[in-house]
Each structure stands twice: as C-alpha cells, then as structure tokens.
Design a protein around this ligand. Structure first.
Ligand SMILES: Nc1ncnc2c1ncn2[C@@H]1O[C@H](COP(=O)(O)OP(=O)(O)OP(=O)(O)O)[C@@H](O)[C@H]1O
Length: 735
C-alpha cells in the first residue's frame, strides 16, 4: 500500500481511498478521487467516499461496529475508519504483539504519516458512541480491475529546475565555492599532521610557522568562501522565490471560482510555503548535501588508508548510534502524532476565540472557551513533557555512543602511536577526521527528510499547476458595440432549461428547470425567500459555475463559449458579501483603471450618494479604508460598492441586495439616481425590499430553485399569488 499524503485540509477522504486502491494495485490521482467524492468546504462525507469508491469499482460496506467485531474482520483490511469524529484514516494492519499479547494497529493517517498505535490509543480516536466506531470496508470488483486510472501529468523536478536556468552563472559560482570549501576542509587534517610530525617532532620552528600561516590561510579562505556563498544563496534564493511565487499567484488568479470553494485560507498559505520549501531544497540543501557526501567519501578513504580497524570501529559505533536513534524516534513519533492532533485543536480554539470575540462577550461564553483552551494546553504540556523525556534519552544515548566512538578511536590510535605504528600527527589528524565525519551523517538524515517534504510540496503544486484555467484563447470576447447595436433580433439573456447543483449528482438541486428571458436594456428583478437560489442564478450568469444541465445564452452566444474575463469586464456587480480592499476610497472605486478618472469618480460617488460622507473624511477620496484604514459602516460599504459598479459603466448590472443595509432615505436617493444610470443597460436586481423591485420591468419570483411567477408589480399584486405573499407585509405598510 502506498502512503498518500493529503494535500489540503479537506482531502483526507480521497487520500484514504487512494491508499486502499493502491493496495489493490491501482494508483489514482488525488484529483480524480477528489472530483469523484464531491468534496465541500466541510470536507467529504461518508456518503461521498462510498460513492467515489463505488465509481472506481469497489463494493462498499459502511458500518458501525465494536472493536471486537473489527478484530474479527482482519481479513478485510485495509479499511477506512472515521477518526476523532472529524477525519478519515486507513487501518493497514492489525497484529498481536508476541510478548504483551496486545493488539497493535498500523494506521495510515493522510494528514500525518504511518503510525502504530496500541489498542487503547486506537480506541480513543476511533470509538464514537455505544463503544462502537465507524468503518468502511472496500472489496474490489471486476470493474475495479478493468478500469484504468488516468495518469495525471506530473510536475517533475525538471520543471522546478527550469527556474534555476537564468541563474546558471551564480549557481556555478556557488558550486565552485562549495567545492573550494570542501577542499579546504580536506586540507586541514594534513596540515595538523605535518605540524606535529614535521614541525614539532623535528623542532623546526620555521616549518611550524609556515604550517600555522597555512592554517590561518585555510581558515580565512573558508570564512571568505562562506560569506560569498551566503550572499549568492540569498541573491539566487530570493530571485527564484519571487519568480516562483509570482507565477504561482498568476496561476491561482486564473483558476475558476469553483477551485476556491473547497479550499481554506491555510491551504493557500501552505502552498506559498511549498514553493519556498522546494526553492530552498533546490538551491541550498541538495548542493550542500552533495558536497558533504564528497567530503565524507574522501575522509572515509583517508581513514581506510590510515587504519582499517579504526574505520571498522567508527562504522560499528555509528550504526549502533543510528539504530538507537531510530528506536527512540519511533517511540517519539507516536507521541508526536498526538501532539500534532492537539496542535490543530489548539489552532482551531485560538482562531475561534479571536474571531468569535463579539459573540462570546455577548453570550457569556468567555470562561467556557478559555477553559477549553486551557484543557488543550494541559494535554499539550503533558505530551511535551513525555516527548522531552524520550528526546533526552535519545539524544543522550546518541551523544554517549558518539563520545564512546571518539574514545575508542583515540585509544586505538594512541596504542598505535605507543607501539610506533602511527605518528602523533596522524593521531590528531584521525581525531579531527572522526569529528568531521559526524556532521555529514546528520546532514544526510536531514536531506532525506526534506526530500520527502519537497516531494509532497511538489505534488501539491503539481495539482495546482495542472488545474485547467478558466480563460482560453478560443473563448469569445464580448465586444462593447456588439452589446448595444440594435439589429432586428430580440436581444437579451436566455436561460434554456437550466438546472444547477453545487456538489455533484447526490446534492440537492439549487436551481431546477429554469426557463427565463432577461430582455436587453430592461430592469429585471429577482425575488424569493432566503435560500431560493437567487444568488446562485446570478453566479451562473457571471460564469462562476457552469449549469449542471441546460444552457445560458448572452444574445446568440452560449455562455460556454464566452471568455469569463471579457464577460466580467462588461458587468458591474454588487455582491452580498462585497469586499472592501485595504486601500484608498479612490482605489476602491476605480479598481479597473491604472489611473483613476476623477470626473467619473465624482459622478459615481454622487450616484451612490457617498460624496457628502467622503468630504467629511480628512483626505477625502484619498482616505484609506478597509482592514488597515478608516472603519466604515455597512451602509457606507454598500454605497462604495455601488459606486464601484457605476464607475465601471458596464453594459450589464447585477445587484444582489445592494441597498439592503441602507436607510429608507438614502435608498430612495440612490434608487432615483440609478434610474438615469440604468437607461440602456441590462439590469438584474435581487432584493427583498419592495421599494427596490417595484419599478422593475419584469419581476421573477423564485421558490425552491424554480420560477413560480413572473410579471410586473401591478400584475403580480393582482394575481395575489407567491409575489403577493412575499411582499404582503410591506404592501400593508405602504398602504
Ligand atoms: N458554495 C455553495 N456550496 C453549496 N451549497 C451552496 C453554496 N452556495 C449556496 N448554496 C446553497 O444553495 C441554496 C441557494 O443559495 P442562494 O445563495 O442562491 O440563495 P438566495 O436565494 O440568494 O438566498 P439569500 O436571499 O438568503 O441570499 C442554499 O440552500 C444554499 O445553502
């Protein structure tokens, strides 16, 4: 079974499925499995995994069972189990320890790695209630063996190496520096040997002076090399980092909105770190390790030349020390696994405390949350103490064996000197070499660890680099004159039998069989209860998502063939959760223009009735707002968002609850101002307030994703059906 690391926080389900498939000989990419499992921001459900497993040809039984029953089903392993109520892991093997008669569970946790747990620890994470836990048993059918997993294009190390090409000169220089550095390290023991043997022993002060000067030269040389190397590394590293991350951001911003739906903020931070990790690995770690190995081999050869017995002692004790470390590191790994889990709880707890501070204060939840956090700290503290204990045993033992090595080697060498088989200089030289041979071993261990990490980072980046972008050359651009030119055909936006689901075939239909015509140059209002699908309809129009069934046409062009960028350039949109950038008001309104047109800016501000407020601010339009600036109210934010849409002066206008936070007076003023601005434009307004939708040319009423009524205000009021019921209270108020 191949271990598959999850790429994102929500990927544990697909990663587990990938591991079980690999056990039966088929390697699916995480991307394929993820698409099959219909992942959401909350992760993947048991149902999602079941469905994905069935799609790739598994017979699936998901069940709740006791640990005794699970132990009886050992033949059905590997299986997927629900972990800590919020995660999935794979049980690879259950074995019985010979001496203690205890069961041992070999777990593959996609967020961590392989880990062996005893029964008690396993139960702690697995048991949900009634002494039972959830497990998913998968049995491959004929279909599984007949299906061929599509090979995902791999981002190879070659791709990353291509980033190094522009810096060939600097890298060659770095290579040279490392080469010289290694050379100098090699000279050192020979200088020492000669100092003693040819200088001290022969009482040749002149020679001693020469050697000491040479040593000083070597020392100065290595310092200079180190300085130049660090400079080069910083220069090349930073340049490459900037290129890699700016390419990454460019790619990220070209991906469809759907890609972002299942990702968390942490996932993107993680990818920035991935880029840096790969870059460091390429520029420093691999080169340094390469030279370490060379130095090590040369010293190895020299030691071999001096005395094979000493080499033997060195090798034996080195193996003992490595074995000792591995033994204890395995024990530490189990504790580290629990620390890893507690740490993520810790992060969540802190995140909640910071983000929910207002609600906490309002509802007297502070003490409870603080105690919860303290309990996590207690657990973390206990684990840390145990880890520290084991770490101390491990490192003391390791150091002890290392020292023992030095002592035994010195003893052997000293014996040789006493017996006259070795000179005193050689003894010192051997001691120096043994000392120098420890660090390459550590470096090699570190190298393999970061190779693993760099590989994982590369996989994660690969997935993003290979994700199709939403823009393509073949897509049609919307030409401005095309939108307004008046030929004979009836122009507008047309929905042909459109249905939409957010999360795959089993998820509910958010829109169902929508047939709608939105005429050119008119105002269309969409109303309906909360959750009826109004915003979703708008998102389909903006090409955030493609309809699951049916088609949408902008005049004669199918939205599928339209370039999303060009489409959005022609749309002025105010979303419910519109975002204010941490910048000046001017920049927040004139987002698309390099240099903001002052005249348009004032005009947009006037239409959105925000100019008066802006005049009261110290720097007027140049006042900073957003996260790092002046605080603004909900209504002010909405007016800035409206000004942004007006400034753009687009052909299509989409307003989703754009004036919901405004007072009646402000709303009336803006509403009147907008009427002039709307002339000749195709406008879609989503609103709950009667005053906003009353004057629309056509009002569309949505209910549970279906259109239930259409017409203008008087017609719909006369009908006394859905629309009337929806706005009844407001009508009465108006009366
Ligand atoms: N990204 C998403 N993933 C999954 N389901 C979603 C997503 N966005 C919305 N939904 C679901 O789609 C349904 C319709 O949502 P939508 O936002 O279109 O409603 P709405 O009519 O605009 O509601 P409101 O008036 O409250 O804004 C809701 O049941 C909602 O839970």
């Amino acid at each position: 079974m191949n271990f598959i690391h999850q790429h994102d926080q929500m990927d544990c389900g697909p990663a587990c499925l990938g591991m079980v498939s690999s056990f039966y000989g088929k390697n699916y990419s995480l991307e394929t499995l993820r698409n099959n499992s219909f992942i959401t921001r909350e992760g993947v459900s048991l149902l999602g995994i079941t469905e994905a497993a069935q799609n790739i040809g598994f017979d699936v039984v998901s069940t709740k069972l006791t640990i005794e029953t699970l132990l009886g089903e050992k033949d059905l392993l590997p299986c997927i189990v629900h972990w800590n109520q919020n995660h999935f892991v794979v049980i690879k093997k259950i074995s019985k320890k010979i001496f203690s008669n205890q069961y041992n569970f070999k777990i593959a946790d996609p967020g961590y790695g392989m880990i062996s747990l005893n029964e008690e620890k396993f139960k702690k994470s697995w048991i949900a209630d009634d002494n039972k836990g959830v497990a998913l048993f998968l049995k491959p059918t004929k279909k599984f063996y007949n299906l061929d997993p599509s090979k995902a294009e791999k981002l190879t190390i070659k791709y990353m190496l291509s980033y190094l090409t522009p810096y060939k000169k600097q890298l060659s220089l770095m290579f040279l520096m490392l080469f010289l550095g290694s050379g100098l390290t090699l000279i050192f023991p020979f200088l020492t040997q000669n100092l003693i043997d040819k200088g001290v022993n022969k009482k040749d002060l002149g020679f001693i002076g020469v050697i000491l000067l040479a040593q000083l030269g070597v020392f100065l040389g290595s310092v200079i090399i180190e300085i130049i190397r660090n400079w080069l590394m910083l220069f090349v590293g930073t340049k490459i980092s900037i290129t890699i991350i700016s390419d990454f951001l460019k790619k990220l911003l070209q991906l469809p909105i759907k890609f972002f739906d299942t990702k968390m903020m942490g996932d993107f931070n993680q990818r920035i770190q991935d880029n840096e990790r790969v870059e460091t690995f390429l520029t420093s770690q691999s080169l340094a390790t390469f030279f370490s190995i060379i130095t090590f081999s040369v010293f190895f050869g020299v030691l071999c030349y001096y005395d094979i017995k000493i080499l033997f002692v060195y090798l034996t004790l080195t193996f003992i020390s490595i074995y000792w470390s591995i033994y204890w590191l395995k024990k530490i790994k189990i504790l580290d696994y629990f620390r890893f889990q507690q740490r993520s709880n810790n992060q969540e707890s802190i995140y909640e405390i910071i983000n929910g501070v207002t609600e906490m204060k309002l509802n007297q939840f502070e003490d409870f949350k603080r105690n919860e956090w303290e309990a996590i700290q207690q657990k973390l503290f206990k684990i840390n103490i145990r880890i520290l204990k084991l770490n101390q045993i491990q490192s003391s033992g390791f150091e002890f064996v290392n020292q023992l090595k030095n002592i035994v080697v010195t003893f052997l060498a000293a014996t040789y000197v006493v017996e006259g088989n070795m000179t005193l200089g050689e003894l010192l030289s051997v001691s120096f070499i043994i000392g120098q041979m420890n660090s390459p071993v550590n470096q090699l261990i570190g190298f393999f660890r970061s190779l693993q990490e760099a590989k994982l980072s590369l996989e994660r980046l690969n997935e993003m680099q290979n994700h199709p972008i939403e823009e393509s050359e073949s897509l049609l651009k919307i030409a401005k004159q095309n939108l307004t030119s008046d030929n004979n055909t009836v122009r507008g936006i047309k929905f042909n039998n459109v249905s939409f689901q957010y999360e795959g075939p089993r998820s509910p239909y958010v829109l169902k069989n929508i047939n709608l015509f939105i005429p050119e140059g008119k105002i269309t209002a969409i109303v309906g209860a909360s959750g009826s699908g109004k915003t979703t309809l708008m998102k389909l129009l903006l090409k955030f998502y493609a309809p699951t069934e049916g088609e949408i046409f902008y005049n004669a062009a199918n939205i599928k063939e339209l370039s999303p960028k060009s489409l959005r350039e022609n749309c002025g949109v105010v979303m419910q959760d519109g975002f204010i950038f941490s910048d000046t008001i001017e920049r927040n309104i004139g987002t698309g223009d390099e240099i903001v047109d002052k005249e348009k800016l004032i005009k947009a501000g006037k239409i959105a009735n925000i100019v008066e407020y802006i005049r009261t601010l110290p720097l007027h339009f140049n006042t900073r707002i957003g996260a790092s600036g002046n605080g603004i109210s909900g209504g002010q934010k909405q007016r800035i968002l409206i000004a942004r849409a007006v400034y753009k002066n687009p052909h299509y206008i989409f307003f989703d609850e754009a004036t919901s936070a405004l007072d009646a007076e402000n709303e009336k003023i803006i509403h009147d101002n907008l009427q002039e601005f709307f002339k000749g434009k195709t406008v879609i307004i989503i609103a709950h307030r009667l005053s906003t939708v009353k004057n629309a040319d056509n009002i569309v009423v949505l209910k549970d994703g279906k259109i239930v009524e259409q017409g203008n205000h008087p017609e719909l009021v006369y009908n006394k059906a859905s629309y009337y019921n929806l706005v009844k209270n407001q009508l009465e108020l108006g009366n």
